[in-house]
Design a protein around this ligand. Structure first.
Ligand code: AHR
Length: 489
């Protein structure tokens, strides 16, 4: 490791999240309503969720979808609650959506959390006019139009100044089933209309990239969108065994576990190949690659706790550990990522049941890794054995490291092998280690998880088994574990 040559910042936005109007993510999960006497809340948002997300230091939150965004009309969800339009959620379960959580509620929540909002524009059933007006409602100075007057009447005089705007979502599928050329023409209209001519507002416009290894899509975006109208390209990658047989989230075989890890590892290739295409047109790496949906996706929990509700086990901690290492190591191009999704949906960091809340193994990994937010990437290579199942194998250990503003070296390591411990030696070059602190997240099986009855079965513990001698840090990681070390000089 060459600690002194570290120069690329790991954007804190790699540790971002995603909240969609889907199942119990927003309603019940985040928002329980202002009149809820049973669950303590601030303007309708659960206090326990606010605390957990503040502790996690979430840097950004993407909203309102996902596919939901592709039919969302923001004006339905502003103003007095009794005047808001009730709509059918056509993407997720055809349930009635009362729009009680809308733009003001979301942007106020982000402000409370100290997180940057990331709004997804509806370029499927929406219009360019509607998108322009949303930007004005959110961002323009008080008194500049009927939109900012409307904002003031709704209790908010000052703009929120939203920087991140996704132009569409999965436009090759639920977002309009478009060809790339059709998408690009429309993108250019949106990208031009939502900003002033020279984008003096410095909006960060994110184009829809591929959700499969369709590198021609990425190449066409890079080639055909003028550089001054593009700040980021988003990609989606879920760790799913098989879309038609996703398997249980907490009862799975070794073989299924291995297949999930294989899918998670594909993120490396997906990022590398997209980056290669982007490098061709943008060697200065001005355009960001943004993984705005990622995580494990299994069968919905049969308990009926909500659409796309799934348990979150040590397997998910392994996905999180190795994926975040991949993002960190690609920090020169990957500038933002959003785990799908934040509460009660897919690989959630929080699960709720009425007034109860649990933090999942994934929450704990993201909390342990938060030391990397805005720190300088220190390239690290680690010798690793393979994790072998049948005739297949994957590297057992993944790692990333960074140096923070206080000069501390933080190293995160994941051992996905669920049978064998792994001994690791890391050369830290000229870094004179005086003190090592460590934390570990592990449990006896990869199926282990927290429940509402036993909410601390899986939680981080102190790790004291790392030592330093002759420029080398040595440790042994137990099976299926995540370790984060903090080294001080
Ligand atoms: O995260 C769930 C869904 O997955 C999103 O709505 C969509 O964008 C993706 O297909």
């Amino acid at each position: 490791m060459h600690v002194d040559s570290a120069k690329t910042t790991i954007s804190k936005h790699i540790y971002g999240h995603f909240a969609e109007h889907l199942g119990r993510c927003i309603y019940d999960g985040i928002y329980v309503g202002r009149d809820n006497a049973k669950i303590p809340n601030t303007s309708g948002v659960r206090n326990d969720v606010i605390k957990a997300l503040k502790d996690l230091q979430i840097p950004n939150l993407r909203w309102p979808g996902g596919c939901f965004a592709d039919t969302y009309h923001w004006k339905d969800a502003i103003g007095p609650f009794n005047e808001r339009k009730h709509i059918e959620n056509l993407s997720w379960g055809n349930v009635r959506e009362d729009n009680s959580f809308g733009t003001n509620e979301f942007l106020d929540l982000c402000e409370l959390l100290g997180a940057e909002p990331y709004l997804a524009l509806n370029m499927n059933s929406g219009t360019i006019q509607e998108a322009m007006e949303w930007v004005q409602y959110a961002n323009h100075a008080n008194g500049t139009s009927y939109l900012t007057d409307m904002r003031a009447r709704n209790g908010r005089a000052n703009p929120w100044k939203v920087k991140y705007w996704g132009i569409g979502n999965e436009s090759w599928d639920c977002g309009g089933n478009m060809s790339v050329d059709h998408y690009i023409n429309l993108y250019k209209q949106y990208a031009t209309a939502i900003t002033s001519y020279s984008n003096t507002e410095k909006l960060f416009r994110i184009a829809v990239g591929p959700g499969t290894p369709d590198y021609a899509w990425t190449e066409t975006l890079m080639r055909d969108i003028p550089a001054k109208r593009l700040e980021g390209i988003s990609i989606h990658h879920y760790s799913v065994i098989n879309w038609s047989a996703k398997g249980s989230s907490f009862q799975f075989s070794d073989e299924e576990y291995f297949k999930t890890m294989q899918q998670a590892f594909r993120m490396e290739d997906f990022i590398t190949r997209n980056s290669e295409v982007m490098d061709k047109y943008d060697p200065a790496k001005r355009v960001a690659l943004i993984v705005d949906e990622w995580g494990g996706w299994y069968e919905e929990d049969p308990s009926g706790k909500g659409q796309l509700y799934q348990q979150n086990t040590i397997r998910d901690a392994m996905i999180a550990g190795l994926t975040l290492n991949i993002f960190n190591n690609h920090a020169d191009r990957v500038k933002m990522a959003n785990l799908a999704q934040i509460v009660n949906v897919l690989q959630a960091v929080i699960l709720t049941k009425e007034e109860k809340l649990i933090l999942t193994p994934t929450y704990h990994v993201m909390e342990m890794y938060k030391v990397h937010q805005d720190a300088l990437l220190v390239p690290v290579t680690v010798q690793t054995n393979n994790f072998v199942v049948g005739n297949n194998q994957l590297p057992a250990i993944s790692a990333s490291a960074s140096k923070d503003t206080a000069g501390k070296l933080n190293i995160s390591l994941t051992n996905i092998d669920n049978k064998k411990s792994q001994s690791i030696e890391l050369s830290v070059g000229s870094f004179k280690v005086k003190q090592i602190k460590g934390r570990i997240l592990t449990s006896s099986t990869v199926q282990d998880h927290n429940t509402f009855e036993n909410s601390n079965k899986v939680s981080p513990q102190e790790f004291k088994k790392a030592s330093f001698a002759k420029g080398t840090v040595s440790l042994t990681m137990p099976p299926n574990s995540v370790v984060v070390l903090e080294l001080s000089e």
